[in-house]
Ligand binder design. Structure first.
Ligand code: PGA
Length: 256
């Protein structure tokens, strides 16, 4: 059975005190979250708080830490960068790679994103690979071709063993931070397309095993109906992950 995952991407928000309080507020409700064997929660705080958050979650069976980014290089003279090896050394488990904000504001190309995925995998960490189309592509009705190219350039270069270890997040850019969520039908249609593309390239067993998360204005109200679809295996949540009550409602909305 593939994993159901709710991942909270805090982006560039919270002070140190707020971050610790947020982790505590989420985990204090652990017993009410109904986290069975295949359900996990991933929290992606900003870099400076990762080590402390990782320590706070050390004994919490279903909780994991993600970094929001990593360098495409393994080490060396890259001032200001953070390597996957550094993240592994503080027991981070996941790395969000290729988020649309990084593609847009930091000019990350598919080639760079592929290198970041490789860095994460080399450190035995799970990349959460983000893909998704901007509004004009959706309006032209060329979003399947757009997403196909992102998959082709980034993850279809991986081996069978490598692709098995990744998580995919479909995040239509027009839905991120806009309050304009994709409908469950729109999201399911793309998730099904992505799973089918993986099947064509890597076979049915691998395709059935990969978790595909939806991201883009997931909130406490719309989460349940998004997750009540065949191919949506959880969510990558931005804004709503900064509020412990909303985030835990989203976790509870995750299907068994
Ligand atoms: P949002 O962000 O939930 O605030 O739309 C999602 C994301 O960027 O991962």
């Amino acid at each position: 059975m593939r994993k159901k995952i709710i991942a909270g991407n805090w982006k560039m928000n919270t002070t140190y005190e707020e971050a610790i309080a947020l982790v505590n507020d989420i985990t204090i409700q652990e017993n009410q979250l109904h986290l069975s064997e295949n359900k996990i929660v991933v929290i992606a705080p900003p870099f400076p708080y990762l080590a402390h958050c990782s320590t706070l979650l050390k004994d919490k069976a279903h909780f994991y830490i993600a970094a929001q980014n990593c360098s495409e290089h393994s080490k060396g003279a890259y001032t200001g960068e953070v390597s996957a090896a550094m993240l592994a050394s503080i027991q981070a488990n996941y790395i969000i790679v290729g988020h649309s904000e990084r593609r847009t504001y930091f000019q990350e190309t598919d080639a760079v994103i592929l290198q970041k995925i490789k860095q994460a995998l080399q450190q035995n960490m799970t990349p959460i690979f983000c893909c998704g189309e901007p509004l004009h592509i959706r309006e032209n009705n060329t979003h399947f071709e757009f997403i196909q190219a992102q998959l082709q350039n980034c993850i279809f270069h991986l081996s069978d063993d490598e692709i098995k270890k990744i998580v995919i997040a479909y995040e239509p850019i027009w839905a991120i931070g806009t309050g304009k969520t994709a409908t469950p039908q729109q999201a399911q249609e793309v998730h099904c397309y992505i799973r089918n593309e993986i099947k064509n390239n890597f076979g049915a067993a691998i395709s059935a095993s990969i978790s595909i998360l939806y991201g883009g204005s997931v909130n406490a109200t719309n989460a349940a109906e998004l997750f009540d679809t065949n191919d949506i295996d959880g969510g990558l949540v931005g804004g709503a992950s900064l509020n412990a009550t909303d985030f835990t409602t989203i976790i509870k909305a995750m299907q068994a």
